[in-house]
Design a binder for this molecule. Sequence first.
Ligand code: GLC
Length: 422
Amino acid sequence: MTQMDHIALDEQARAILRGNDRGGYTVPTAGLYPYQWNWDSAFAAWGFAQFDVGRAWQEVETLFSGQWPNGMVPHILFHKPDPGYFPGPDVWGTQGKGPILSSGISQPPVAATFVRAIWEKDRAAGEPRARALFPRLRDWHRWFMDWRAEDGAICITHPWEAGRDNAPDWDGAMAAIDPVGVGEYTRRDTSHVDPAMRPTKYDYDRYIWLVQLGKRLGWDEAALKEHNPFRVADPTMTFILLRANRDLAAMGRALGEDVSEIEEWTAALEAGAAALWNEDLASYDAKDVRAGRFAGCVSSASFLCWYGGVDDDRMLAQVERVWGAVRYPVPSHDPESPEFNAKRYWRGPTWCIINALIGIGMADAGHAAQADQLRTGTAALVARHGFAEYFDPTDGSPAGGGTFTWTAAVWLGWASPSAGRA
Ligand code: GLC
């Protein structure tokens, strides 16, 4: 890539963030995702921080304006009605639960890590904003520890909560659901993009059935913990919360706050992460808590161990095998598994956000060569194939939505040769 190329791409990435700005928050992409999504927004803030720190703070502040009194930060905030999206606020039925109409589940808590990075851009100017967000981030992390931790591993209660909607990791737990009474509904996602790149009807029936269950139980966490058949310990959640928690503690210390509770969570999460090691698979894996069974999946989330601060050389063999099997790593699912599908969302495609997190973690752990390979490979992928939602790992072809916020953000924050990488 020439210098001219990457400067033009930097420009394009900034234009995508500006173009997806709806006034205080960005949408992931127009049409397909017309609201504010939780972890998308945290990535967007990281992207904005590379050229407009004030706008970066605002993105996170708008996200936290939707925090529920129990500490949960929803995975979608429905700021303005949009009939082009399903399931909307009526299906979720969360009216009265939080300050803004929203979904009833959360998403991977990358926010604290990016808030710390934004703050590092200008500590003095950012201090009042960091001070205001700190207790909100802590309440959210506490909510995870109270309601989602099983022996320190963080569970999801809906596949959408992991942000890896149709990953094969959930197939076992999904098969245990009989989506009886789900009724008729009209999907909107498949009118925006090719259905072959989206989850199947089989999966969608279960997604909606789980939303209906949550609504019926009034989104009461205690009731859900008892009655929800879907409860899967997830490497994405566990490793991401582990890192976010350390970053939150570092912020708290710098702000003169008591962080002893946060440090206890870190110790618990470390034990939880270790429990996700599947010896038979020789990899970190998801675990169905209800059935007491590992999923048996090497996914891109398995490689987040380093990001979580777990320096585990045993995963290097998987790096070699899995990354070596495709042209553009990291595939979201093991390319040598029968479930691998190069086009279908989280069952094979490469996602730049996961690459960035893996790359950052590997660089921290001293695996500089692999981290660099991943970063330059991701940069080449975007330079050749654009700012797509995700990519076919075998040939790089773009898939899903275009002009995607988080792909642009990852470009600016990490993949671009001019990225600050902080
Ligand atoms: C899909 C992705 C999820 C993301 C959302 C908006 O549901 O699986 O991770 O947050 O789209 O981009």
